[in-house]
Unconditional design. Structure first.
Length: 162
């Protein structure tokens, strides 16, 4: 009888340990799931912020072009503390929208890195969109998937990466 009680106690302890371990695993699983969702949300916010900063810079360049009607527009780069950290010359088309950097022969190259304030995001590449001989836009890719397009005739930015 005494032996049976000891076995029963041991089985009870093993059962409690097993249930406790299972509950801990379930809680850790939920924690990992929700933390990964949080990281995905933060990444999405950063991507949308970068596009918004890009569009803001394009509109600022266009506004300066409307005032001066020059082929190149000087845009000051401002830090988060509102300090001027540099200047960049942008080449604009006949509609006043930026198509590239002064001295950079490749259209669209360098636009993203110079027109948003987060520095270079890893995995971002760009390719120009041509219609015959005319540049009609820039397609920006993030990790080899189309992220957004910039229309150099209208200044519209279309986000495609969700």
């Amino acid at each position: 009888m005494r032996n049976q009680q000891q076995v029963s106690r041991r089985l009870s302890r093993v059962y409690q340990l097993l249930i406790s371990g299972l509950l801990i695993c379930v809680f850790i699983g939920f924690f990992i799931y929700y933390i990964s969702q949080l990281f995905n949300t933060v990444n999405d916010v950063n991507l949308h912020k970068a596009v918004a900063e890009f569009h803001h810079s394009a509109v600022a360049i266009h506004g300066k072009w409307l005032a001066h009607k020059q082929d190149t527009i000087l845009l000051e780069q401002v830090s988060a503390q509102m300090q001027v950290v540099g200047q960049q010359q942008f080449v604009v088309n006949r509609f006043g929208w930026p198509t590239g950097l002064e001295g950079d022969g490749a259209p669209c190259q360098g636009l993203f890195a110079r027109m948003q304030g987060q520095g270079n995001l890893a995995g971002v590449s760009v390719k120009p969109i041509w219609a015959g001989q005319a540049l009609v836009g820039c397609e920006f890719l993030f990790n080899e998937r189309t992220w957004f397009r910039f229309d150099v005739h209208t200044g519209q930015v279309a986000v495609t990466l969700k």
